[in-house]
Every structure is written in C-alpha cells, then in structure tokens.
Design a protein around this ligand. Structure first.
Ligand SMILES: NC(=O)c1ccc[n+]([C@@H]2O[C@H](COP(=O)([O-])OP(=O)(O)OC[C@H]3O[C@@H](n4cnc5c(N)ncnc54)[C@H](O)[C@@H]3O)[C@@H](O)[C@H]2O)c1
Length: 299
C-alpha cells in the first residue's frame, strides 16, 4: 500500500513507519523535525521535510505518490508545552488536521486521525467511551486544554467530513510508552521517570493512568489501517490496567536505584483516565504486554 505518515520522525510515527516498511508498504514521511529526529526515520521510507499547516508541503509529499492511506500524527505534544505554547498547539493541531482532510479529499485517501483521551478534557466518569461528553474547565484558569480541545476539534472536523463521504478513522492512543519516547522537560511520564534523578512525582501521585506498550499500539494501528468499513469510527488503543503515578515512580525508582520526591501538581491533570475498549472487538485487537514486561524491555 502507498501510505503517508505525518509526524513520522516522532515517537509513535517512527515506530509505525518501521512496521509499515517491514511489511512491504511504500511509505512517505512528512515532518518538520521540530521535535522528531531524522535519524529515527526508517531508511526504507522517503522523507519530505515540511509543515503540515502548509498545503504546498502536502503537495510535495503527495504529488505522484497519491497515498491510499494518510496517518496524520504531526502535532504539538508534551504536557508542559500545552501551557507554555498554547497558541502553537492550537495552530498546528487544528490547522494541520484541516490540511490533512483537504489532502485526503484531493488525493482520494483514507485518513487516520490521531486524537487522544485528552479530547475528553476533565470528564470524570470512566471509562471514556465514544459517547462520553468532553468537559473543559474555564480557559482563564489554565491553558492545559489547548491540546485536548484541539484534539476534540480535530475529531469534530473528521466526523464532519466522514458524514460527507470521506473515509476517516480516529484512533486515541492511550499513554503509550517505549523506546524513543522523549524524557526531557517537555517529555512524557514514563520516559521522564526513566531519565530523571530524583524522580519527581506531581502532587500526591494518586492520579492513575493506563499505560500501553508501543509495539501493541502499532499492531492496533495496522489493523485500523487494513480493515474496511470503519469510517467515522474511533478506537481507544489502550489497556484497562491502571497504575497510580506514585506506584509507577516506585517501580521505576526500584529498577533504577534512585529516589522519589514530590513536586507541584499539574493544572488540569485528570485523576483517572481509563479507556473503554469495547470498540476494539471490531478490529480484533487487545494490548498484550504487561507493564512489568514493558518496563524491563525499556530498561
Ligand atoms: N504518545 C502518546 O502516548 C500519545 C497519546 C495520545 C495521542 N497521541 C498523538 O499521537 C501523535 C504522535 O504523538 P508522539 O507521542 O509520537 O509525538 P511526537 O512529538 O514524538 O511526534 C510528533 C511529530 O510531529 C512533528 N511535527 C510537529 N509539528 C509539525 C508541523 N507543524 N509539521 C510537520 N510535522 C510536525 C514533530 O517533529 C514530531 O516528529 C500526536 O498526534 C499525538 O497527539 C500520542
């Protein structure tokens, strides 16, 4: 298959590209390298450096290639950036998604949009289902939801085009971890805990998350890529195994032999984020890798 992957130099995208190239797909990567690394792009894929907000860059990637499927991952990710760079988060995530839909219409492609459980904001009723309501706190309190709200708008735009006949599928990867996940200041929780010394737990650390091993997620992404009749459908690619951030820190601290300290809590951090997984029967997918297994592979 001919497949375009935006954000293919990043964490999730580079693993997806590896899996696609490995099974013989023809792959083009569109990424501006603002966060991804060129060295992470599989040498079997063609790389186009460009900005997903600019349609001229989509044309460079798509002309003469005519992708059958577009995986649209390029976005601003990393919790601290949601507060510090809210305008950029909204610009890239919303306008990049608008351009991805325009490209899918122009080149007759199926679009797979990468949303997030954060699209539900601070919804407290778990599990998060496709018919759960998104709840966002007043914007003057903090700008954490620049990301979640941008993903909610992305889903809305996808549903709008799906109703008009475009084949658009939505995936919500759930706290994915694995090699290449950024552990710097703007990074994500597992890698930050793997790299920092001491490990800083935000607030009391009793907030829970369900963590999903990268190779389980890429397997699910291939199934969403390959199945037919999925337009307008959304898949939570996650697990139901919950762990508190304090327990996670303790596990990782013991594995690494480092200390834990408590820091300030993050504004808008939800207490729990448990995905409903019932929709994944349709693609015959479950995550198989337990947390202890994943963490020891990562170490
Ligand atoms: N990692 C997770 O656990 C997780 C969970 C839910 C949703 N997602 C979604 O999956 C996607 C990939 O996430 P990730 O963790 O791999 O993030 P990442 O930051 O590692 O990758 C994003 C990639 O997009 C590129 N990019 C950013 N702005 C761009 C622009 N304007 N034009 C072109 N490329 C641009 C970056 O250079 C980077 O390579 C994102 O849409 C994210 O919101 C990820």
């Amino acid at each position: 298959m001919r497949i375009l992957v935006t954000g293919g130099a990043g964490f999730l995208g580079s693993h997806l590209v590896d899996a696609l190239v490995e099974r013989g797909d023809e792959v083009v990567v569109l990424d501006d390298l603002s966060r991804g690394e060129k060295s992470q792009i599989n040498s079997g894929a063609r790389f186009v450096q460009g900005d997903v907000r600019l349609f001229s860059d989509w044309e460079k990637a798509c002309e003469g290639f005519d992708p059958e499927v577009i995986h649209h991952l390029a976005a601003i990710n990393g919790t601290r950036r949601f507060h510090k760079e809210a305008d950029l988060v909204v610009d890239v995530n919303v306008n990049g998604t608008r351009m991805s839909l325009k490209a899918a219409k122009e080149y007759g492609s199926t679009l797979i949009f990468y949303s997030s459980p954060e699209a539900f904001g601070e919804q407290e009723n778990m599990p998060l289902r496709n018919d759960s309501t998104s709840i966002f706190t007043p914007a003057h309190l903090h700008q954490r939801h620049s990301y979640g709200a941008s993903k909610h708008i992305g889903e809305l735009l996808c549903q709008f085009e799906s109703r008009k006949g475009l084949d658009v599928r939505i995936v919500r990867p759930c706290n994915v971890y694995g090699p290449r996940l950024r552990g710097d200041d703007n990074g994500q929780v597992v890698s930050m805990m793997m790299e920092s010394n001491p490990i800083v737990v935000h607030g009391d650390g009793l907030q829970t998350r369900s963590l999903t091993w990268i190779h389980d997620v890429t397997e699910g992404l291939l199934k969403v890529n390959d199945a037919s009749n999925l337009s307008g459908k959304a898949f939570n690619l996650g697990t139901n195994d919950e762990i508190s951030m304090l327990d996670l820190a303790t596990k990782i601290a013991n594995l690494r032999g480092v200390e834990i300290i408590h820091g300030e809590s993050n504004h808008g951090d939800s207490k729990r984020r448990l995905p409903d997984l019932s929709m994944n029967k349709e693609i015959d997918w479950v995550a198989k890798t337990g947390l202890d297994d994943g963490l020891s592979q990562l170490l």
